[in-house]
Design a protein around this ligand. Sequence first.
Ligand code: F6P
Length: 530
Amino acid sequence: MMAPFRELDPHVARLRATSLRALFADDAARFDRFTMRLDDLLIDYSKEKVDAAALDALVALAREAGVEDAREAMVSGENWNLTEGRAALHMALRGGADAPASDDVTGTLDRMLAFAEDVREGRYAASAGNFTDIVNIGIGGSDLGPVMVARALEPDCDGPRLHFVSNVDPGHLTDTVKFLDPTRTLVILASKTFKTMETMMNARAASDWLRAAVGEEAGRHMAAVSTNIEGAAAFGIEENRVFGFWDWVGGRYSIWSAIGLPVAIGIGAQDFRVFLRGAATMDQHFRDAPLDKNLPVILALLGIWRRNGMGWPTVALIPYDQRLERFPAYVQQLDMESNGKQVGRGGDPVDTATGPVIWGEPGTNAQHSFFQLLHQGTDIVPVDFIAAAESRDGPDERHIALLANCLAQGQALAFGRTEDEVQAKMAEKHGDPDEIGRLAPHRTFPGDRPSTTILHRRLDPFTLGRLVALYEHKVFVQGVIWGINSFDQWGVELGKELASGLLPVLKGDTTPSLDVSTAGLVAALKEMSS
Ligand code: F6P
């Protein structure tokens, strides 16, 4: 059922007519009113262009859209993914669903973690001694989850070094293995389907690289993670090094499954279980908290407000945390592959905007590249900031500087600096009045630009688990409100099919009739490469 978005209209009109400056001036308790906590996790949305009445309307809209029933349906393992006839039970992988994890799920997790420990401890070793390096070959959900978590939890990584190859561009594998010793490297082939073109081509290239160094021992240097056990076997991976998962785990929700193997090798079984427990804690909160006190629901509703109320088409996700450098890309897949849909669950076209464009980079770097547009550009781009109170690197003035910058950006976006304020500031420095008049418009910040700030104590496995699950459930709730299926991704298929058709064309094996643009590009590529 699609939500009745027009009920937001009066609230939109009221809030468009005011400013964040005015909202803060009118309500000294705005921070307390628009902040929510779950243990040390805090979400401050006081700098969003909302008020209590608008939030009440958003919660009512969520209720009317059937969010509570949908949540129940997903958690209890109903076939929520209608177009693929499957449940979406990634929560079962971390003990957070009502549908209990089967023996198969717990057995596979135990086996995967035991293997991870064997590799870490050298009980399972390379042909020339303990494995020093792990290369994960996968793409999309079979890459972004592991690489994001591995980077985020670098302080916890005390096993072999982790590397990730995703792109079919040969340069990715070449550059990754350039300084690696194949006799001490374990290659993990990660693919839900074990059919993805990029992964299969890179898998063959990596296998050749191993074989050239260790010959018949190459098999010993490979493991696989897939739902397609037969595919992995056909590739020649020994059964005891194939770790399965299930079709009810979407690729972008698979980090909790054996797809987490490289992470488990890096951080160890115990920390991997803590990561799962963090997610399960968020699951429990999501399942049990009423809509108006539910962190993922509130985050989702703020997104609905930004997109369908205010009409803002993109969201910038800016972690003030270098170790979360891949988090925006991770959430980008999670959000855009889930909610980038134009038909509702019944197949009819939606009559409202659905998923926004999600993008971002860590701060403070982002301040020195695209924040200019966020502050003074003609589009309004809402921002999600994420920051940790404590650094994993111990007390350090630079961490305080990082936090100061994070808070400053939220302030600057929300409150800006008026032309009068700019002129007064310039006058303090005894500037020439003509010069002040000339420059002031350029130096004015319009402000009134929204942001949400997510704070937590420190970025450890538990908190990372909570953060990822927070965004997963946010995406789910928005999908329910938009009336779409968040768990399929048919939109990626056409390109894959056309690429398979163009492969022999570029190799010169066939010459089918193509549109003139593509035919022209093929001809140009052939000409340039000869
Ligand atoms: O092309 C999109 C996609 O299907 C993603 O949903 C998935 O995460 C990725 O490709 C990789 O698929 P696989 O794990 O089957 O190789």
